[in-house]
Design a protein. Structure first.
Length: 95
């Protein structure tokens, strides 16, 4: 992947990108587990899991989510955060 894992941090509770809140916390990344069929030359399978040095603290501002079933789409009008290649952008989801 080419990243120095010692410098990677995972943030929670940032409801506005770049603005710290009472819910925000930062965690050190211990391991990056990339998809077994990841290909840097394609956009398919461009997903990874981050193993952190410590568990994430849940609160009223930080919680788990349920992922949708494969092949389903969020309802029109829902806001989603799209990430990839270390870039962040907001994008309206469409069917």
């Amino acid at each position: 992947m080419g990243y120095n894992i010692g410098y990677l941090r995972f943030s929670t509770g940032l409801h506005t990108l770049g603005k710290v809140s009472i819910y925000s916390s930062r965690y050190r990344v211990k391991q990056i587990i990339k998809h077994q069929r990841y290909d840097a030359n394609k956009t398919t399978n461009d997903i990874a899991l981050l193993k952190l040095h410590q568990p994430v603290a849940m609160s009223s501002g930080v919680a788990t989510i349920t992922l949708p079933r494969a092949g389903t789409s969020p309802p029109p009008g829902w806001m989603c955060v799209v990430t990839g290649k270390m870039l962040h952008q907001l994008n309206k989801c469409a069917k």
